[in-house]
Ligand binder design. Structure first.
Ligand code: ATP
Length: 239
């Protein structure tokens, strides 16, 4: 067992109008873990991430974060508490420079405090250091994803939420990206990510869950999830 949970989701339900999209989700993440939620298109992955970040109001259930109920808090409060979302599709500001994009993630931290942290991020993401003063719109898709992650990290998250970081990236770049995520975890960053690249995510995750039609249908170590046989049924396995 991985110790006490920093994030515990219990019975979480969410809907769009009359259609229930999350049907009683139970997920736990312990400090220092990298936990993957695997799911096909439309399984509810983005809705789950948005609900945890306060961007989609849950209908029911509980989100306990660092010992506090956050399920009904507004998104800015949740982010300031340290539950920080890197949204699907990267969403960098193309006209701003790489460094300006990173600074936007700092959520009101005094800029004097940031300098050392930004240097550490530049060590972690050497491609971003090379392109520090370039407009973000000129970066490749893989670099923009790294930038979006750096922007999340500069907030000093207790838990980093990643919505489908591999989306739209070539296989070699997905491999680089996942190697970076594994290194971040090895440095102590707690990560909860959703992705459809099941094998790639399982290759670095400490634990994983499988989300299918809004319900968790398997969970455990990567080996347990592979053995459960649900990956094939859920149209997962690629990557
Ligand atoms: P994808 O990989 O396509 O992003 P996902 O696993 O992230 O899929 P969600 O985006 O959470 O899935 O969507 C779950 C379900 O909710 C889908 O059936 C989707 O059509 C539906 N849905 C998503 N957003 C809305 C919305 N704004 N209004 C109505 N239905 C929505």
């Amino acid at each position: 067992d991985a110790g006490p949970s920093v994030l515990a989701v219990t019975g979480l339900t969410a809907s769009y109008g009359a259609s229930e999209v999350l049907r009683g989700i139970d997920i736990a993440v312990s400090q220092g873990e990298l936990v993957a939620v695997l799911g096909a298109n439309g399984a509810g992955k983005s809705t789950l991430m948005r609900a945890l970040a306060g961007l989609h109001r849950p209908v029911g259930g509980s989100v306990s974060f660092a010992g506090q109920e956050v399920g009904q808090l507004p998104a800015n409060r949740i982010a300031r508490l340290g539950l920080v979302l890197v949204p699907e599709g990267r969403q960098v500001f193309p006209e701003l420079t790489v460094e300006q994009n990173i600074r936007l993630g700092a959520y009101g931290r005094p800029s004097a405090d940031l300098t050392g942290d930004i240097e550490k991020l530049m060590d972690r993401f050497p491609r971003l250091r090379e392109r520090r003063t370039q407009r973000a719109g000129l970066l490749s898709g893989g670099e923009q994803q790294m930038l979006a992650i750096a922007r999340g990290l500069v907030a000093n998250p207790e838990v980093l939420l990643l919505d489908e970081p591999s989306l739209g990236l070539a296989p070699a770049l997905i491999q680089d990206l996942y190697a970076t995520l594994g290194a971040l975890r090895d440095d102590g960053t707690t990560i909860l990510l959703v992705d459809q690249m099941a094998e790639m995510a399982l290759s670095i995750a400490d634990r994983a869950y499988v989300l299918s039609s809004g319900a968790i249908v398997a969970g455990g170590t990567p080996a347990e999830v592979r053995q459960s046989g649900v990956l094939h049924d859920s149209y997962l396995g690629g990557g």
